[in-house]
Each structure stands twice: as structure tokens, then as C-alpha cells.
Design a protein around this ligand. Structure first.
Ligand code: NOJ
Length: 541
């Protein structure tokens, strides 16, 4: 069973640079993160996901890797990483790292050699062409910066292919040597003891003319081979898939339970925001109904926000415009096909809405992941470039620099949030730890409750019967062979009387968050939900 640990785990996404600066140079580092592990443990985190920590020119904040086998010097050294891993494991937590398969930095020695000569043994590590007219059906992802997926390289005298920034040339997976190289990268980190990988941008590994170059059979075949390799040598470690796709297109990434252990559920996320703003459940319900069953040993990974823009790739054009109007009224809030804002500002810093969003995250199918800082309701800074506005220093205390670093403020890698509503004087970990009603403490209780109810990790979703439908009510059971929980969410700003059927033989409903008990009558439970209220009702038989 313990090999399925990820099915009932709570994940936490750490941006090392932003988390805690141990040496006063203005950048967070691995030693700094190590000092904060008890905080994460107390929050209830089971598994930490680290954004890329490798040497990089940082044109895409580390997703442009120049060396897969060491650590960015400002973050520390490999010894620090090993120490961190030991400290994580000593606390009974796990740690996964980012595995960037699709591309390297243009500063990687492979690319430097490849561009220098057609005879280079590395030339064929990348995708070259004499024209920029190949693979024309492929979309551009970083729309605001890139005009084409091909860039002319003066030194090489050819175009090279890239799905992201032009400083991130795509690797050529048709070359068996590339396939082998990346397996070696995995082996290296697995041998150090990491518990798995969040695999970046996996739909784009192969290119084929006449396709959109996404989700190709060759890609699945290679990914399956990585999984076989892990199962054989490193059982219990996981692969988490980043494929920003529709649920039916993510499904193949689970294979027959022999490809990815987990996959992010991208489309559910914007719909949580839409549902909250509209006070209507339908778009959320629709996408969950459209979400196929996945193999028993697999799990969705759900999130509200992450280090990227709130992506609107998986919504209709109409909904995208609507989301932009509602959630990104200022042009600076928009980036590519998304919104560069954090959770709390998006939800009007309204504690009821933020808690409700988290309640959905913790009760819907999937293992939840929390983005650093969103557990205390940190703000953002839309005036910073790219996605940096949602990557500002973690706010630990109300001291200068939010207690993140002892450096002088101008030496920080990014300014601390100074919007009075979200500045460290108003939003910080220490104050929230001391306040039993703080967002942080509400979340800690939710997490502890969720983890004690394995049905929330492994149970199936069953829609509740509501005799008089109420558009603003999200009501579902999570059910396994032995237990069930009825989860109710009121998306509306009004209090609502609700009546919902309970599952057969339920004698009492026990509210897991408040301790209240309710007795159903004629197989129904009737109660009043306050504005943005949520209930986790265990159905006792
Ligand atoms: C997805 C990552 O989340 C994002 O931050 C990055 O820019 C792209 N992949 C390219 O690696």
C-alpha cells in the first residue's frame, strides 16, 4: 500500500529562491528551505515539489537548464541538497524535483557544441531545419514573446525548434542518445534519493509533420519506458505529469497505470474561479463529468494556483474573455493565455471565498498541491516582468523583508510585496500561526482532517441528489467500499437552505470540521448554508 502514498498526500510547491535566505545574499537557498521544514511538516505537507534548482542562465527561471547534474550556486551545492533530502525524509516527508525533458538552455554545453558545427556529436541532440516552415500546425505557447517555434541560429546556419522561449532549444527525442541522456539524469537524482519528479512540458517531446506535435504516440512510448525504468529500479517513487490538456487527452498519460502515477488536472482550476465568481456550479460540474476514470493506481493532482500564469488554455474563447474581464481587468494582469495573479488578490482577499476554494480543492478527487505563500494569502506584484509577480519573497514575519532575508532590500532578488493590504505587516506566517482563526490555521485543520479521511484521497466522486436543484450548490459524495463523505459548498454570497439526499443507511452526519451532528429525515439532510459556506459531512451508518 505504501507505494500508493501519493493518493492521499498533500503536496506543496516551493520556489527555493523565494522561500528563505540563509546567508543574507538576498536569494533563498537550500539551507534556508531546510530551516523551514518544520513549518511545512506542521502544515501537514507530505511531499515537497521543488521548482528547478539547477545551474541556469535563468531566462525562464531555471526551466532553462545548463547543467542537469548540479545545483545553481546561489541555491547551494549538491551536499546541501543531500542534507536537505535527509532532513525531509527524517521528518517523514518526501521531495520531488522538476525534470525538464523537453528542452535545455541555449547555454547548455550540448547546444553550444551542436550549434558550432554540423559534425558535432551533439548536433543531432536538437531539432534543426533549413526552413522555418516545418510543423506549421504547432501552436506557440509563449505568445507574448515568441513569434515562431523556429529561431535562426547564425552560428549554426540553420533554424532550431523550440516550444518555449528561443533560449530553450528543444531536444531531439528521435535521437536515442538523447533518450539515454535523460534516463541518466533521472538515475542520478533517484540515486541521490529523490522521491520522484514533476515532469515538465511532456506533451511536446516529439515532432511529426501533419500533427500539432502534441501527445504523439512516440512521446507516450518514451515516457512509458521511463516509467518501466523507475518501477524496475526505484519502486515507490513517482512521476507527476505536466500536460496542460483536456482531461481526455491527459488520460493516455496514465496509460494502463504504466505511464505517469499522477497528472495535473489543468481544466478544473479556472472553473473553480469561474464558479466562485458566477455563484454557479455548472462549469465546474461539467468538467468533472467530462473527466474520465483513471487507473486505480493513478491520481490527479489538483491546484488553485502555481508559479505560472493562471492558464486559460483549457477554456473556450468565450470563457477566456469572461475570465480576463472578471479576473484581469488591468492589462498588466494578463500574460500569454492567462492571468498573472495570486490566489488571495484574485478572490478579493475575501477569506470566505479563499477558504471555500481550498475546501473544494481538498474534497474533490485528486491530491492537492499548495503554492508557497498561498496558505497565508500572499499578494502579487503585477508590475514585475514575466511571471515574477507571483514569485516574490515568502513573508515569514512583519520584520524588514518579511523576515525572508537579512540583506538590504535592494539586494533582494525581487521586492517584497508592499501593497498595504498584502505587505508583511498584514500578511505573514508568524502572526497567522498565533491566530487560531487565521487562513493558515484554517488550512492546517482542513489538511489534517483531509489526511485522516482516506476516502477523500481514494474514494470515487458521486454527485449528490438534490430534489430541488440549486445552481449555486456544489454537492457530492466521496465514496469507497467502507465510508462516505458528503461535501457541500455554497458558491453564493447569500445564505441558502439546502436539502440533499444522503446515502442509504446513513443514520447520522458528522461534520468533520465543526464537530456538529445532523440527523437525516426520510433520507434527506436539510440545513442552511451561510454565504460561501462549506461542510464536510461524514455519513455514519
Ligand atoms: C512549464 C513550467 O511550469 C513553466 O514555468 C515553464 O516556463 C515551461 N514549462 C517551460 O519549461
Amino acid at each position: 500500500m505504501s507505494e500508493l502514498w501519493y493518493k492521499n498526500a498533500v503536496f506543496y510547491e516551493v520556489y527555493v529562491r523565494a522561500f528563505f535566505d540563509s546567508n543574507g545574499d538576498g536569494h533563498g537557498d537550500l539551507k534556508g528551505l531546510m530551516q523551514k521544514l518544520d513549518y511545512l511538516k506542521d502544515l501537514g505537507v507530505d511531499c515537497i515539489w521543488l521548482l528547478p534548482i539547477y545551474p541556469s542562465p535563468l531566462r525562464d527561471d531555471g526551466y532553462d537548464i545548463a547543467d542537469y547534474y548540479s545545483i545553481l550556486p546561489t541555491y547551494g551545492a549538491l551536499e546541501d541538497f543531500c542534507e536537505l533530502l535527509d532532513a525531509v525524509h527524517a521528518r517523514g516527508m518526501r521531495l520531488i524535483t522538476d525534470l525538464v525533458l523537453n528542452h535545455t538552455s541555449d547555454q547548455h554545453p550540448w547546444f553550444q557544441s551542436a550549434r558550432s558545427s554540423r559534425q558535432s556529436p551533439y548536433r543531432d541532440y536538437y531539432v534543426w531545419s533549413d526552413t522555418d516552415q516545418k510543423y506549421r500546425e504547432t501552436r506557440i505557447i509563449f505568445l507574448d514573446t515568441e513569434k515562431s517555434n523556429w529561431t535562426w541560429d547564425e552560428v549554426a546556419g540553420q533554424y532550431y525548434w523550440h516550444r518555449f522561449y528561443s533560449s530553450q532549444p528543444d531536444l531531439n527525442y528521435d535521437n536515442p542518445a538523447v533518450q539515454e541522456e535523460m534516463r541518466n539524469v533521472m538515475r542520478f537524482w533517484l540515486d541521490l534519493g529523490v522521491d520522484g519528479f514533476r515532469a515538465d512540458a511532456v506533451p511536446y517531446l516529439f515532432e511529426r509533420e501533419g500533427t500539432n506535435c502534441e501527445n504523439l504516440p512516440e512521446t507516450h512510448e518514451y515516457l512509458k519506458s521511463l516509467r518501466r525504468f523507475m518501477d524496475e529500479h526505484y519502486p515507490g517513487r513517482i512521476l507527476l505529469c505536466e500536460a496542460n490538456q483536456w482531461p481526455e487527452d491527459v488520460l493516455p498519460y496514465f496509460g494502463d497505470g504504466d505511464e505517469f502515477h499522477m497528472g495535473f488536472h489543468f481544466p478544473v482550476m479556472p472553473r473553480i474561479f469561474k464558479a466562485l465568481r458566477e455563484g454557479r456550479a455548472d462549469s465546474l460540474v461539467d468538467i468533472l463529468k467530462r473527466t474520465p476514470e483513471i487507473p486505480e493506481n493513478c491520481q490527479w493532482c489538483t491546484f488553485l494556483r502555481n508559479h505560472d500564469e493562471l492558464t486559460l488554455e483549457m477554456v473556450s474563447e468565450e470563457d477566456r474573455q469572461w475570465m480576463w474581464r472578471e479576473y484581469a481587468p488591468h492589462p498588466r494582469m494578463r500574460l500569454n493565455l492567462g492571468i498573472r495573479r495570486r490566489l488571495a488578490p484574485l478572490l478579493d482577499n475575501d477569506r470566505r471565498k479563499i477558504s471555500l476554494a481550498y475546501s473544494l480543492l481538498f474534497t474533490l478527487p485528486g491530491s492537492p498541491i499548495i503554492y508557497y505563500g498561498d496558505e497565508i494569502g500572499m499578494g502579487d506584484n503585477i508590475w514585475l516582468e514575466d511571471r515574477n509577480g507571483v514569485r516574490t519573497p515568502m513573508q515569514w514575519t512583519n520584520a524588514p523583508n518579511g523576515g525572508f532575508s537579512s540583506a538590504s532590500p535592494e539586494k533582494l532578488y525581487a521586492p517584497v510585496i508592499d501593497d498595504p493590504q498584502f505587505s508583511p505587516e498584514r500578511v505573514n506566517v508568524t502572526d497567522q500561526l498565533n491566530d487560531p482563526q487565521s487562513l493558515l490555521n484554517v488550512l492546517r485543520r482542513m489538511i489534517a482532517t483531509r489526511k485522516a479521511q482516506s476516502v477523500l484521497g481514494k474514494g470515487k466522486l458521486q454527485w449528490a441528489q438534490i430534489p430541488t436543484p440549486l445552481p449555486s450548490l456544489v454537492a457530492f459524495h466521496r465514496v469507497d467500499e467502507i465510508e462516505s463523505i458528503l461535501a457541500l459548498h455554497n458558491l453564493s454570497a447569500q445564505s441558502q437552505p439546502v436539502s440533499v439526499s444522503v446515502l442509504p443507511q446513513t443514520t447520522v452526519l458528522h461534520d468533520l470540521l465543526t464537530g456538529e451532528n445532523f440527523t437525516p429525515a426520510d433520507g434527506m439532510i436539510s440545513l442552511i448554508l451561510q454565504p460561501y459556506d462549506y461542510r464536510w459531512l461524514k455519513e455514519i451508518r
